[in-house]
Design a protein around this ligand. Structure first.
Ligand code: ZN
Length: 312
């Protein structure tokens, strides 16, 4: 059984804009500035809490040239972030101040929420929770937004699917999610025994158009395995469903297994460790371009292709 969302990786069109939005406006920390290991001439940027712990690690591939994506079925269509309910008004005012496209407060599955969009049209939302609903071991980054208002961790992600049957067996059999709440066409699933990024929301849209996976959409969602052994157990559960997981891939900051769900959404199973301090000291995280050992010999060539990101 997973403990929840490990990270979510989305696609963006511009590294500098993305760093500005997620650090200066949302107040997350750029915990790792590295490259896409499958396409090392493009950035892979990781934003998180102080150390980018599993459960608060939102990452972006900067795909060039950028094509505009379209939210639709077969994709993660919304990224939900947990904040104290008392902070929602602060965030509404902050979005107005920074001219962030957003909606008004609405309620879904018993929680107040504010949807908003980054410059690529990536759909996110803040979900207001009461203090007793948060993980007791928060490790917040408060350089831009004070502790009182700061984003805590993922609350959930919305999976848009044509049919619930194409996703539910994966959620229940591989990861241990249980149906918790139904609100209109949204089914909310939860993991028992976890207080961090433990929800998923599935939107069943039988007649909606498929999404197009490019800038402004999510590339994949990763779920936590506490270690290699638990990752193997989940990989076996994927095989039992007749699906095709990859072998374990060493991503240096964690070990990964990927598989495509019958709903079309790309899933990953990622180990909790070793994490982002594997190659940088806590205070230095994200300041320099980090490369995994197999790319170190190519640093000079790689850097030629990357537009430098000024530190703000
Ligand atoms: Zn990933």
């Amino acid at each position: 059984m997973t403990k929840g969302i490990h990270h979510i990786t989305a696609i963006a069109s511009d590294a500098i804009e993305t760093v500005h939005f997620y650090t200066k406006i949302l107040g997350l920390r750029l915990v790792k500035k590295t490259v896409n290991q499958d396409d090392p001439e493009t950035y892979h940027l990781f934003f998180g809490d102080r150390l980018g712990h599993p459960g608060m690690d939102l990452t972006f591939f900067i795909f060039l040239p950028a094509m505009q994506g379209k939210i639709g079925t077969g994709l993660v269509s919304k990224i939900s972030l947990a904040v104290p309910e008392s902070a929602l008004q602060f965030w509404l005012e902050r979005f107005q101040h920074y001219k962030v496209r957003h909606e008004e407060i609405e309620e879904l599955c018993g929680k107040k929420r504010v949807s908003f969009f980054d410059k690529d049209g990536q759909c996110l939302e803040l979900v207001g929770l009461s203090q007793d609903e948060f993980d007791s071991e928060l490790d917040l980054w408060t350089a831009e937004v004070s502790e009182e208002h700061a984003i805590r961790n993922f609350y959930a992600a919305t999976l848009s699917v044509v049919s619930i049957d194409a996703i539910e067996p994966v959620l229940t059999h591989v990861f241990g999610y249980k149906l918790h709440h139904t609100d209109g066409h949204i089914r909310q699933y939860v993991l028992s025994g976890s207080q961090r990024a433990q929800y998923l929301e599935v939107s069943e849209e039988p007649s909606a158009a498929p999404g197009f996976n490019a800038a402004g959409t999510v590339h994949h969602i990763a779920f936590r395995a506490k270690d290699a052994k638990q990752q193997q157990t989940m990989r076996n559960a994927v095989l039992e469903l007749g699906l095709y997981p990859t072998e374990v891939i060493n991503r240096f900051y964690f070990q990964s297994v990927y598989f495509r769900t019958p709903a079309g959404i790309l899933f990953e199973i990622a180990t909790d460790g070793p994490g982002f301090t594997a190659d940088e000291d806590e205070v230095e995280l994200g300041k320099q371009l980090s490369l995994p050992p197999f790319l170190q010999p190519h640093r000079e060539e790689i850097e030629k292709h990357l537009k430098p990101i000024p530190s703000e």
